[in-house]
Ligand binder design. Sequence first.
Ligand code: MG
Length: 451
Amino acid sequence: MNKKSLFGTFGVRRKANHVLTPEFASKLATAYGNLVKGYVAVGGDTRTSTPMLKHAVISGLLSSGCNVIDLGILPTPAVQFAVRNYYDGGVIITASHNPPQDNGIKFVDTDGIGIPAEMEKKIEDIFFSDNLDRISWDQIGGLESNPNIIEEYIEDVISRIDQKSIRNAKLKVIVDCGNGAACFTTPYLLRRLGCEVTTLNCQPDGFFPGRNPEPTKDNLKDLIKAVKTIGADLGIAHDGDADRTICIDEMGNFVFGDKTFALVEKNMLIENGGGLIVTTVATSSAIYDIAANYGGEVLATKVGDLVVARELKNRNGLFGGEENGGLIFPDFVYGRDAALATAKIVEIMSRDGKPLSRLIRELPVYHSQKRKVECPDDLKVKLMDKIIDVTRDYKVDTKDGVKIFTEEGWVIIRPSGTEPIFRCFSEAKNEEDAERMAEWGVSLILEHLNL
Ligand code: MG
């Protein structure tokens, strides 16, 4: 395996029992344990390979002298919640929204935030140098379990929500957990809040027989149909490890993640009388418009939920998120959280007494376009430098790739961190301008690709 490719944007993600074997998982966990030396919580999603990898990770941690707390099967944010409140570190066995054959290992620090790049580098150095510190037999760590975290996590969400309005609204909600980790949280949470809940794909199953774990429009056809047939007020879908929430409105429309982000942002700013919002440079201008109207301030970071979570902590931010439906409530969990996001959306609908489609219509309207252009990895840096150079005379932001602002809107051009492609997103007040901006971005990439 290539040394540099061990960690992706958040943890190691590979095909289970192929590269991601028990030996690999155990050794990687020992390297992490050597740096943490304390109480480490371990949890994972519903994948078939999760128990195998979890036990290997536990062995590796115990061998490094760490004490291990097994949290069982639960959402990624519930592990982050547990670590932040009780432990020195955490390991999450999950491949998030990837297909069933994959799995992954994520490490978090004592605040429950994904570990920074410097620590990943240290783990890799220990892993590849075979310089593992295996402690003596009389110092091997202890193993215990904590089955109460899910209950505490659900209770904590409920304590942050206006339960009375939700109870009075008696909303009909269909929950599609995609057979993933949310099976243990969202249906129970919503029932306890007083919603009338119908479940779809809510039996945990690592073969994901109901649908692909990624909550895209194509994968949510059954949910969309169920919302229309039953006449529900809302459809809720999660990814495999339950850190993302996607909504279907009462008409059966798929609601894009940036819309729910904007809706919750507006309400967080109203409830708190303003505050700092953190998001990435690739997110909609609607986030800025809402902040300007409701006493907020926006900080844009590079693309990636870890960067957003870390900035929220460092700057004591109020709320953050990404355009894909990942919402971060830093007061609760320093990472994307699906349970509080779901409860917040239900709370807003109940309190305002408006259907979701109308709440979405009241938000600032922008049109966006997404394109990609193939580009070999070894040409990425040179091509990016060239595009930055030729767009110097425009108003630009170069935090991540280059975001170019014009009268019509903006376009962002950036190399993908995981695939041999350049991404190009645009946004404008109308469809035609958004398309034009995107095509201009693509032409800039193609024009300089062959130099
Ligand atoms: Mg996920």
